[in-house]
Structure formats: C-alpha cells, structure tokens
Design a protein around this ligand. Structure first.
Ligand code: NAP
Ligand code: 3JN
Length: 334
C-alpha cells in the first residue's frame, strides 16, 4: 500500500498544534512536512516519534516533494495565495480558512454530513473545512433533516475565546487579572460580546453570515430559512449553541431522541433529573458533538430546541480536517 505524505501549513499555530495532536492520537502513519512562516522556520518540533525542522511556506515548497495532502491553517490570505500553488503541484489542500468555503467548485465538508462531496476535490484540488460554529451545528441538524425535513433554523452561539486564536485566549487570561484587552474591543472577563469577526453592511457579523451561508451549502439546502446571533463568552475552550429548529413534518420526541442518538459523531447528554446536559468543560479535548436540553418548542408547529457543544479547535477545526484527510486516503486506497 502507498505511503502517503502529509504537509501541515501553519504547524506552529493553535490549530496546527491540534492537528499534530489529533494525527498522533489517531496514529496516522505517513511522511510529514511541517510548514510555517519565516518567523518560525528552522525551529524543531518533535512529532510522530521524530524531530521535524519547520520549513518556510513559499512558492516552491511543494514542488517535487511527493506531498499528497496539505492541511492548511495559516489564515485566509495565506490560503488564497498558496492553496492554488500546492494544488498545481498535485497536492490536495484541506483548508481551514474561509478563503475557499463559498467557491461553488470547492466542496465544503463535514464527513458525517456530506462525505459524498469529497470527490469534488478534483475540481480545484481544494476541500474547505467549515467554520467551527457551523461544523457542530450541522452534525446536530443532519439527522433531524433526514428524518423530518428542516424548515427553519435559529442559531444563538456562546463561543470560546480560543476561536479568536492565541490573542483571544490571552485577553481572557490577562483580563481575569484586570489587564485591558488587546484583541477584543471590550473586556471579555466577566462580560459577553455580541460581536465575532467584522460587521457587514447588512447588520450581521461575518461569523453570523458564515454560519448562514455554510449551513445552506453543506446541507444542500440553498433556500433554507436560517438566521444567527454569534456571541463571544468568557470560556477558554468549547463553543456552545442554542439551536431552535422548525421541522417540515410532525414527530414524537422519542423519534427525535432516536435520530440524534443513532447519528455518528453525536453524543446525547440529556438527563434533566440528574443535571446532565452538554458543557464546554466536559467537551474540551474531545471529538464528539454533544447535544442536550432537547425539548419541543410549543410556540410553533413541529419545533425543537436543543443545546449543542463541541471543542471548537478539535471537531471545529483540526479533527474535522483530519477526518477529511482520512476519507481521502480511504478513497485512494479503495
Ligand atoms: P495562530 O495560532 O495565530 O497560528 C497561525 C499559524 O499560521 C502559525 O503557524 C503561523 O506561523 C502561520 N502563518 C501565519 N502567516 C503565515 C504565512 N504568511 N506563511 C506561512 N505560515 C503563516 O492561529 P490559529 O488559531 O491556529 O488559526 C489559524 C487559521 O486557522 C485562522 O486564521 C483561520 O483561518 C483558521 N481557523 C479556523 C477555524 C475554524 O472555524 N475552522 C478556527 C480557528 C482558526 P508562524 O509560527 O511562523 O507565525
Ligand atoms: O471566532 C471563532 O470562534 C471562530 C473563528 C474562526 C476564524 C478566525 C479567523 C479567521 C476564521 C474562520 O475559520 O472562519 C477565519 C477565517 O479564515 O476567515
């Protein structure tokens, strides 16, 4: 069987570190090349049992190296420039940024939901990894759509500071000691900010618009009624989401529980008598998407409320991309 060669672009960053952790945990035996900017080129990282020298990402770094897959997490600008260069060298790029997500020729993939889109990588040599908030939401929505049809979705998110990178993380750490914020416009310690990413002319933030657009694309429902309010909260790891869902067809609550319980990648934590519901501190450093507080919304026909939690840097970024790489390897080996 062929031995594959995987590159990690942005290997020194928060998502890059988690890529390495997830690849080691899953023992994905391959040759590896670690890439980053000139700032950290030359540094040594111990990974998969050996020392790797971090190399600089440039126009020629993919040429003639036999790299099969590159996991990119070095920002949208870097992906816009270097993903096509990698693809031209025969590399399949799995990109964590928003740069390529809404390109109609680029598949936007959450393997549990739309693995059937993966072969579309052949169009441009790129597969896009969705935004963290979208990934966990669509894992919860898919079994309900398959069983009863989605009619309308309302997202309200409670997002961890790790979603804003090391700078967001430091703002909370230092803010708890009374230091003024550098990344966020207001203190995040003891506060909540209804503001993630930049504001758009339509009044939504870009994070909200990403959730709306990406949900429609992944679910293959371009007309789905969906809206979002995204909020930063003083939590280090794990995004939480209140999701209000209107379904097309009537249901019994037991059918809803059965559909959610039997879906790959989802864990139902719902036992109000014992105070059991998903929590970001329990989701931290794990891969599933957790759902709980599952109940009928009596204010509409066929309505459901649920609470959805996942580790935003694992399933929301690194794990999802590694799952895509695993699916590609399986496809090539078949
Ligand atoms: P981070 O901790 O700041 O790390 C950034 C990484 O990118 C570092 O390895 C850095 O290398 C590298 N880099 C930056 N500019 C580069 C350049 N010009 N050439 C090569 N490498 C470069 O950020 P992060 O939190 O890991 O996030 C990285 C990106 O992942 C984000 O910008 C976003 O696009 C994506 N992301 C996606 C999700 C999601 O929802 N799926 C969540 C979080 C992040 P140096 O060490 O050399 O500086
Ligand atoms: O803020 C969060 O919780 C998620 C942030 C994701 C993010 C951060 C910087 C740039 C993204 C993303 O994945 O959409 C990007 C980007 O690539 O646009």
């Amino acid at each position: 069987m062929k031995r594959y060669h995987i590159a990690i672009v942005g290997a020194t960053g928060m998502v890059g570190r988690t890529f390495r952790k997830v690849l080691e945990e899953r023992q994905i035996d391959a040759d590896y090349t670690l890439l980053a900017s000139a700032r950290s080129a030359g540094s040594v990282i111990h990974f998969m049992g050996k020392d790797h020298i971090v190399q600089v990402l440039n126009e020629t770094c993919f040429e003639g190296k036999g790299i099969d897959i590159a996991l990119f997490s070095a920002g949208g600008g870097t992906s816009l420039t270097y993903a096509p260069i990698a693809a031209a060298a025969g590399v399949v790029v799995v990109d964590n940024s928003s740069a390529w997500r809404m390109d109609p020729a680029v598949p936007l993939v959450v393997p549990e939901v739309n693995a059937d889109a993966i072969p579309q990588y052949k169009n441009k040599g790129i597969i896009a990894n969705p935004n963290c908030s979208t990934i966990q939401a669509v894992v919860a929505l898919k079994p309900l759509h398959d069983a009863f049809g989605l009619k309308r979705v309302i997202y309200s998110t409670y997002q961890a500071v790790s979603g804003a990178g090391q700078a967001g993380f430091t703002d909370l750490e230092e803010g708890l000691k009374g230091v003024a914020p550098k990344k966020f416009p207001y203190p995040i310690a003891g506060n909540v900010l209804p503001h993630i990413d930049v504001f758009l002319p339509n009044g939504y933030t870009k994070e909200e618009q990403k959730m709306i657009d990406e949900t429609r694309k992944i679910m293959g429902l371009p007309e789905l009624a969906v809206t979002a309010t995204t909020v930063r909260v003083p939590v280090f790891h794990g995004h939480s989401e209140s999701i209000n869902i209107e379904l097309e067809r009537p249901f019994e609550m037991e059918q809803v529980f059965d559909a959610l319980r039997s879906f790959e990648g989802l864990v139902v934590e719902d036992d109000p008598d014992n105070n059991l519901y998903p929590l970001p501190i329990r989701a931290e450093d794990t891969d599933p998407v957790y759902v709980g507080r599952i109940r009928r919304d009596f204010s509409v026909e066929n309505g459901i409320n649920l609470w959805c939690v996942a580790d935003n840097i694992r399933k929301g970024a690194a794990t999802n991309a590694v799952q895509i790489a695993e699916a590609l390897i399986k496809l090539w080996n078949s």
